[in-house]
Design a protein around this ligand. Structure first.
Ligand code: HEC
Ligand code: HEC
Length: 241
């Protein structure tokens, strides 16, 4: 926990830290504990829309196994704690989106926890790809090295060396749909998404131009999606031979 905070705080301009809320690194971890306790069977009727208003079945927008498309994110293989945190954030208005606020406001905490466990266990297919006409070489530079001339740290310094995420709070971004990534970076710039601990993503996004956003979104979408077994864990014990 301390290591993770140290890694990331090192990249955040100090001016942005002063005005932000105190960090809540533990939110995603706490929600992950709740998801581990949840009964995944609670999730299935919600995913399929049985016994609820069918129009609002998760699968009607996010696809059969949570693969997403275009501006709708793939949910398969995201960390359970991250997913549950997002549902709470939509319900609380820290993330603005009419459809997802409607959906999240109709879920209770037990249902959210079960949905997090359900989607975390789905396997992500490599269905994303570059669609925005971005400059892939520029996107690669931003992802791997960042660009200090515009105060943008390397994406992978926080999202893991392959963009497959780190534990619960740092989601995988590799293999996600380009149009969705573009929308999120733009939403952090405009304030429509204001839910990252310490305002980390707000600080990152504000240095990116619209063209940089397209480039990094297209680059990330072209990468192989997260392999849950290989997710970077800072607390994992070294393996014995
Ligand atoms: C009417 C279409 C629609 C339905 C139904 C829907 N979603 Fe979504 N969902 C979206 C869109 C669009 C976004 C992206 C919104 C944004 O840009 O913030 C999204 C985003 C999300 C995210 C954020 C993912 C991330 O990577 O941060 C989660 C989690 C999520 N949805 C879960 C669900 C669950 C669980 C259900 C069912 C209970 C559901 N959604 C039903 C359209 C929908
Ligand atoms: C200082 C650490 C840090 C850096 C550097 C960073 N991120 Fe993030 N990012 C985060 C955190 C933390 C979250 C989760 C926010 C939340 O809880 O909603 C996040 C979330 C995201 C998401 C949302 C994923 C989803 O499924 O909705 C995207 C997209 C993203 N980052 C893209 C990037 C890109 C592109 C870069 C590089 C230009 C980058 N990040 C650099 C910390 C970082």
């Amino acid at each position: 926990m301390i290591l993770r905070a140290a890694i990331c705080v090192a990249f955040v301009p100090l001016a942005s830290l002063a005005q932000d809320e105190p960090p809540d690194w533990s939110a995603a971890e706490t929600y992950a504990d709740a998801a581990a306790e949840a009964d995944p069977l609670i999730a299935i009727p919600l995913v399929e829309g049985e016994g609820t208003d069918g129009a609002w079945a998760c699968a009607s927008c996010h696809g059969e196994n949570g693969q997403g498309a275009g501006p709708i994110p793939a949910l398969a293989g995201l960390p359970a704690g991250y997913i549950v945190k997002q549902l709470h954030d939509y319900a609380a208005g820290a993330r603005l989106n009419d459809n997802m606020q409607y959906v999240a406001n109709r879920l209770d905490a037990t249902q959210m926890a079960a949905l997090g466990a359900y989607y975390a266990a789905q396997i992500r297919q490599p269905t994303a790809g570059a669609t925005l006409g971005g400059d892939l070489a520029r996107g690669r530079t931003l992802a791997l090295e960042g660009d200090w001339t515009v105060d943008v740290p390397s994406c992978f310094s926080c999202h893991g060396p392959s963009g497959w995420g780190v534990e619960q709070a740092f989601p995988p971004i590799a293999g996600q749909h380009a149009a969705y990534i573009d929308r999120q970076l733009s939403a952090w710039k405009s304030g429509d998404r204001a839910n990252s601990p310490l305002g980390l993503m707000h600080s990152v996004a504000k240095g990116l131009s619209a063209s940089d956003i397209k480039s990094v979104s297209d680059y990330l979408a072209e990468l192989p999606p997260p392999q849950p077994r290989d997710r970077v864990s800072l607390t994992r014990e070294p393996q014995d031979e």
